[in-house]
Design a protein around this ligand. Structure first.
Ligand SMILES: Cc1ncc(COP(=O)(O)O)c(C=O)c1O
Length: 393
């Protein structure tokens, strides 16, 4: 959410790019680790990671080498041919998942992963309806948007798919009333990121699991943001003893090379036949090389430990900054509720050399840094934040 920035190159829609996101007043030249540099050579501490994507940091040498090597060998061949790298990389991903997810489907974006998960839920159950959450964001394609609970985006995409009931996130009674014998699945972001980094107590997730089991519906975790280590565990799935049936992943999965995945429970995977799912570019060689290098880096550099350690430091330190009312979230998916206009604060932070996100909830700054971020970087952010807060309030 960068809505509050004036798009400096947005003069009357003159350029070749159709409008998408409003741009930061930042023309980026290169990145390394937790830093990026603009074209004038100014360095920025990146607490946004390009929408939570640069999981191993910008241009991690291992990822760069893997991509370069693979590009020199074979840039692309589709799933119609076998490829050892594809099998090895996929095996690494499913090994990092909770027990009972033996297979993964690969696609290219978070929205596409969610489309496939919704289709799987419908095909597997033979039902049509889906329960989703107000405030949840699942992507901009027709199905993903139909389960997105943000009115401003829904209104742009009408008419949406029928059979979707939106309920308040965290309200188990509302979910219970919405789930019926026609419900194929319940989809949610276990931490609603864009909504303002909101989560729910453990009983809520356990309750949803029981509800789905009783109704014969599938539980779908959209882990496009929470997955691949961002919350300090490889996945949110497994937390509170709850295992969903489908997990969707994208963003940080390949450190920035476009790739997404659906992790599929055994009892669903066993019923899938040839030709039901697929995408030309899904599981492409370069993307799989990047994913393999990403997963190996997370394991070998013990980045989950780093996220947990550094996140605790961040929560304590940032709570103490004047003007920060609350620090929410888990690991490196943090929301700061601030006594300031979030857009103005974001702009001031950028001017002083730190990139952060805002949220749909007013007054919330989001931090989604690379998993390699260290306490010293938190210290720098705290200083920049204190100074910026003084300047905008
Ligand atoms: C939780 C969540 N799901 C899905 C998506 C859609 O992902 P993509 O933009 O790769 O289609 C996003 C994107 O921000 C997201 O945050």
């Amino acid at each position: 959410m960068l809505e509050n920035f004036v798009n400096s190159t947005d003069s009357g829609n003159a350029g070749p790019l159709l409008k998408t996101f409003r741009r930061l007043p930042l023309e980026i030249a290169r990145g390394e680790g937790v830093y990026v540099w603009d074209v004038e050579g100014k360095r920025y501490l990146d607490f946004y990671a390009g929408h939570a994507v640069a999981s191993t940091g910008h241009c991690h040498p291992r990822v760069v080498e893997a991509v370069q090597d693979q590009a020199a060998k074979l840039i692309f061949y589709s799933n119609v041919a076998g490829l050892r790298l594809r099998d090895e990389a996929a095996a690494l991903l499913v090994r990092s998942a909770p027990e009972g997810f033996p297979q993964a489907l690969f696609a290219n974006s978070g929205a596409e992963a969610n489309e496939n998960a919704l289709k799987m839920a419908r095909r597997h159950t033979g039902r049509t309806d889906v329960v989703a959450m107000h405030g949840g964001f699942h992507g901009r394609t027709a199905g993903a948007m139909s389960v997105t609970g943000v009115e401003k985006y829904r209104a742009q995409s009408a008419p949406l798919l029928p059979g979707v009931t939106l309920v308040p996130f965290g309200d188990l009674a509302a979910a219970e009333a919405a789930v019926t014998g026609r419900t194929a699945g319940v989809i949610l972001e276990p931490i609603q990121s864009m909504a303002g980094v909101k989560t729910a107590p453990p009983e809520y997730f356990r309750g949803l699991r029981n509800l789905c089991d009783r109704a014969g519906a599938l539980l779908i975790y959209d882990e496009v943001q929470t997955g691949i280590g961002r919350t300090g565990t490889m996945f949110f799935a497994g937390r509170h003893g709850v295992r969903p049936d489908l997990i969707t992943l994208a963003k940080g999965i390949a450190s920035g090379v476009p790739l997404s995945a659906v992790l599929v429970r055994d009892f669903i995977a066993g019923k899938v036949g040839y030709g039901e799912y697929g995408a030309t570019f899904g599981a492409g060689p370069v993307a799989m090389a990047a994913m393999k290098a990403t997963l190996e880096t997370i394991a070998e550099e013990r980045l989950l430990d780093n996220v947990n350690r550094t996140s605790s430091v961040a929560i304590e330190r940032l709570k103490g900054v004047r003007g920060v009312r609350e620090v929410r979230g888990l690991g490196f998916l943090l929301g700061l509720k601030v006594d300031a206009d979030a857009g103005a604060l974001q702009a001031e932070l950028l001017r002083r050399g730190a990139i952060v996100g805002t949220a749909d909830e007013p007054g919330v700054i989001r931090l989604l840094p690379p998993l390699t971020l260290k306490p010293a970087h938190v210290e720098s952010l705290a200083d920049i934040l204190s100074a910026s807060m003084g300047a905008v309030s």
